[in-house]
Design a protein around this ligand. Structure first.
Ligand SMILES: [Zn+2]
Length: 553
């Protein structure tokens, strides 16, 4: 019994009277009574011993082994003996055991709220079920909601970024202390006024790092006019990537040409032998024709959408007139010139792919008999037809310029190799230019040279992008002005627009390429926030989300 007494919550104020064990329900009932002889009135604090009545409260407590615990707590009501007090009768408070009206002990509620905080409602409920604690997800979430938020320490350097609540329709704002890399607050929207209000309520922020949005710029200006605004380098590079992507997207034919040149070019290996690449299978005549027709159709629609737009038609009206979705209308309206749709990286994967390396090895050794190769790879598990193998060897013959049924010596033939699939999309081309030099692929220089040679626009875009990326990464503020001047005089609309936006936000951009402040930690926290939000399904209201975001770190 004395061991049990020690396990009670607040054992100095409670006495264990009895306990009952229900094996079938796996429940233990502990009959417990409060023992303090003198209690204080909760209103006037006057001590009293005058008992009015007794009653019983049932409280769920932490489980023991497989048994759930219920405290049958006998508590008393007292008379307040202070004649001036408005409270005549009161119930004794057991502040270390439970809250008034609660049906759980404090220690159980505290552990449940920790589980709710870490797992959310549904997952927490499932976890607790395994532990033999029955609690609904709503109870868990209510417990999380009742946890007080930590006091805010106004940071010296603040990071601001937005996140979306639902499908990028409604946005909120996350505030991060960049010195301690800790989240401070979530704001319910991404409006300038809300941010300004918060900054006014928490004066003392010296530096604010933000994305490129005008909203935050004006919010910070209103709320903390003294603070230095820093345009975050990550967002600067992201904007640059978008600009470059726009240029590449309008020069899709050039990318295709580079693709073609690259896949057909021969390589000279270190030992001087020339290796030729096996060409890709050509598309059927009819497929090419169909692709060409559907492209022409889309170009026509693009033109029509823009014509109607110039005549002042609304997006909805254009969609109805042309017979396409509203989203497509706005996609077309994003660029003045028709942008080629992104292609899939490859038209399916050939059943032969796993065996190509083997075939090429045997081929280079001198085995040019399709049937022998077919039988050899069949033994390795090839399930395809002989025709597929024959089509492949035919392509090898073409590239090696072997005439069918003629004698030849294999020594005079160039070696063959399977080309790496490239499929240069605008996005991949962007990263070819912007990837850090240390993480570049071995053939990227060759590709960049090919791109530069394709079109003067591409050459200019690549040169401008590399220049700006260097300014941002190496933090070279003195290069910013010459670069802006160059970009403003460029032939490329996308870059002129980019430079104009930088000019409008000049001070913050300059600070961004000068100061070492980085929004990197903010992005990390935003990712965690997204994870929390998804975990919470539809229940991610700001109060819950904020607690899980701020407290579970
Ligand atoms: Zn009183």
């Amino acid at each position: 019994m004395s061991v049990l007494t020690h396990l009670l919550p607040d054992s100095s104020n409670l006495r264990l009277e009895n306990c009952q064990l229900d094996k079938i329900k796996t429940k233990i009932y502990l009959i417990v009574s409060a023992i303090s002889r003198v209690v204080n009135c909760p209103v006037c604090n006057q001590p009293t011993q005058k008992i009015h009545s007794r009653y019983e409260r049932l409280l769920a407590d932490l489980p023991w082994a497989d048994y759930s615990i219920t405290l049958q707590l006998r508590v008393r009501k007292f008379f307040c003996i202070n004649s001036l007090c408005k409270q005549r009768i009161f119930t004794e408070r057991l502040t270390n055991v439970t809250a008034p009206w609660a049906r759980k002990t404090l220690r159980l509620a505290q552990r449940l709220s920790v589980i709710g905080l870490a797992n959310g409602g549904a997952a927490g409920e499932r976890l607790l079920q395994q532990w033999g604690i029955k609690v609904s997800r709503n109870t868990l979430l209510n417990l999380v909601r009742s946890i007080p938020l930590p006091p805010i320490v106004t940071p010296h350097t603040l990071g601001v970024d937005d996140f979306c609540f639902r499908k990028c329709k409604t946005y909120g704002t996350a505030l991060i202390d960049l010195e301690r890399s800790r989240p401070i607050a979530l704001l319910k929207d991404a409006l300038a006024e809300t941010l300004a209000e918060w900054l006014k309520a928490h004066p003392g922020v010296k530096v604010v790092s933000r994305d490129r949005s005008k909203t935050y710029e004006s919010g910070i200006r209103q709320g903390a006019p003294e603070a230095i605004q820093v345009a975050d380098r990550f967002h600067l590079l992201q904007n640059l990537a978008e600009t470059l992507n726009e240029v590449f997207a309008t020069h899709y034919q050039a990318l295709k040409a580079v693709d073609e040149i690259y896949s057909l070019s021969s390589v000279t290996q270190t030992d001087g032998t020339v290796v030729v690449r096996v060409p890709r299978p050509t598309r059927e005549q009819q497929a090419l024709l169909l692709a060409e027709q559907s492209r022409a159709r889309r170009v026509a629609i693009h033109q029509q959408v823009w014509d109607l737009h110039h005549q002042g038609w609304s997006g909805k009206a254009i969609a109805r007139q042309v017979g396409i979705g509203v989203t497509s209308v706005f996609r077309y309206l994003r660029t003045l010139t028709f942008v080629e749709p992104t292609q899939r990286r490859s038209r399916g994967r050939s059943i032969l792919v796993p065996y190509q390396e083997y075939i090429l090895k045997r081929w280079n050794e001198g085995c040019h008999e399709g049937l022998i190769l077919f039988k050899e790879i069949q033994q390795q598990g090839y399930k395809g037809s002989y025709d597929t193998v024959a089509r492949y060897t035919r392509r090898i013959r073409t590239v090696q310029e072997i005439k069918p049924r003629k004698r030849y010596s294999i020594k005079s033939l160039p070696k063959v190799t399977q080309p790496k699939k490239l499929c240069l999309t605008p996005r991949r081309a962007v990263w070819l230019v912007l990837r850090k030099p240390e993480s570049q692929q071995p053939d990227s220089e060759e590709l960049l040279a090919l791109l530069t040679a394709q079109h003067p626009d591409l050459a200019e875009a690549i040169q401008l992008s590399q220049g700006f990326a260097c300014i941002v990464r190496q933090r070279q503020p003195e290069q910013l002005d010459p670069w802006l001047t160059q970009a403003e005089m460029s032939n490329l609309t996308a870059f002129r627009r980019f430079a104009k936006r930088l000019r409008e936000d000049y001070d913050a951009v300059k600070a961004g390429v000068t100061m070492s402040v980085s929004n990197g930690p903010v992005e990390g926290h935003i990712n965690r926030l997204k994870m929390l939000k998804r975990q919470m399904y539809g229940r991610a209201k700001i109060d819950l989300l904020e607690r899980r975001f701020l407290l579970a770190t």
